[in-house]
Design a protein around this ligand. Structure first.
Ligand code: CA
Ligand code: CA
Length: 238
């Protein structure tokens, strides 16, 4: 292998090391010790660290993550979801009620989030996802459409890799909020034959933040030095 090929292989190895997606934090909402009761669960992450909280007076409990087709949670039993209710009255409180997740992305880049969400018949059809770089002010991202009631919408995903401030940020957070139908001032029900109501529920599961490790400059320098040393050695031998 000549030195150019060696350099190319070295560069390729750096690229592949930087593109591996790791789960930074995940919530499956299942009891840490399975108790065969989906009405009990936890908001402590099953992987990594983070904080799950409620926004705007929403109430929460735990309910089955397997009923109604189920979430993507691979748990064979005691699969819970985080059940939320008490959303805003019709025509009020656009993007003020839902859930929030705070996850430090320190040491990671190419951040993505994903989640599963069951819409009840009378829940808000539209989900506004927002993100924050400082943990306080939130910026609108994707709006998802949950156009069916009593239905799980799995693997909702947003790729934040094009937003540099999301990477390597101790204050990263995101929210998923009930929002009016586009270009209107009313909520639509998820089931088109139902009426939107404050008692409608959204049930979350498998809330996941992924990223790839930020390359460590010292390690890169050491690898590069070792490689150039090897090239020099091979040239000296030939
Ligand atoms: Ca349980
Ligand atoms: Ca679950």
């Amino acid at each position: 292998m000549n030195s150019n090929l060696l350099l190319a292989a070295f560069a390729l190895s750096l690229v592949s090391a930087g593109s591996q997606a790791n789960v930074i934090t995940q919530w499956n909402f299942n009891s840490i010790v399975p108790d065969n009761a989906t009405g009990t669960g936890t908001t402590v992450p099953n992987i990594g660290n983070g904080n799950a909280s409620l926004v705007g007076g929403v109430a929460a409990s735990f309910a089955s993550g397997s009923a109604s087709g189920g979430s993507s949670d691979p748990a064979l039993s005691d699969n819970s979801g985080w059940q939320t209710t008490t959303y805003a009255a019709q025509g009020t409180g656009d993007k003020t009620r839902g859930v929030q997740f705070n996850v430090s992305t320190l040491g990671y880049q190419n951040i993505s989030i994903s989640y599963d969400l069951r819409h009840s018949n009378t829940s808000s059809r539209y989900e506004q996802v927002q993100y924050s770089l400082d943990g306080n002010s939130f910026i609108d991202s994707t709006v998802f459409d949950g156009n069916s009631g009593d239905t799980w919408f799995n693997n909702r995903m947003i790729d934040f890799s094009a937003i540099p401030g999301v990477s390597d940020n101790a204050n990263f957070a995101f929210r998923i909020l009930a929002t009016f139908a586009p270009d209107s001032s009313t909520y639509l029900p998820s089931n088109g034959t139902s009426s939107y109501g404050t008692a409608g529920t959204w049930r979350f599961d498998m809330v996941t933040v992924t990223g790839s490790p930020v390359p460590v400059p010292a390690a890169v320098w050491l690898m590069g030095s070792a490689l150039f040393g090897l090239i020099g050695f091979r040239r000296a031998q030939s």
